[in-house]
Design a protein around this ligand. Structure first.
Ligand code: ZN
Length: 135
């Protein structure tokens, strides 16, 4: 390999690692925005739900389609929110304890708060990183 080739190779490495960090930061802030949006969506839906319940009590009507639909939507939002927070954890390299809910560093095997054994992480990230480089 000539010196020029070596320099070019090194240059490539630097560029790809920088773009990877930027990519992580962008993904992180996008997820944060989504999580904030979902939280405020849930808040709005909960307020609507409150108004509907008030009406149901006042009018003594026990069935309301909008009520059922809202409950389903809120459940969906909570599921999405949980998914996003798991993705955020992954980007931050933390895991959430299944027992007490404390967040801890990925490399810990046991929860520092309650001592529960933490789920082992799958080591599949290498493969994913290689895919990123090709793009
Ligand atoms: Zn714990």
């Amino acid at each position: 390999m000539s010196i020029l080739d070596e320099i070019l190779e090194k240059g490539k490495g630097v560029v790809s690692s920088v773009s990877k960090n930027t990519d992580t930061a962008v993904r992180f802030s996008k997820l944060k925005v989504k999580a904030t949006q979902l939280s405020s969506d849930i808040k709005v839906k909960n307020e609507k739900l409150g108004a509907i319940i008030y009406d149901m009590v006042k009018t003594n009507v026990k069935e309301n389609e909008e009520f059922d639909a809202l409950i389903a939507q809120i459940d969906e939002d909570y599921a999405k929110l949980a998914e996003i927070s798991a993705q955020l954890d992954e980007l931050k390299n933390v895991v959430t304890c299944t027992h007490c809910g404390a967040k801890t560093k990925n490399e810990n095997s046991y929860c520092p708060k309650c001592g529960t054994k933490l789920p082992e992480r799958k080591v599949e990230e290498q493969a994913e990183d290689n895919k990123d480089d090709e793009v």
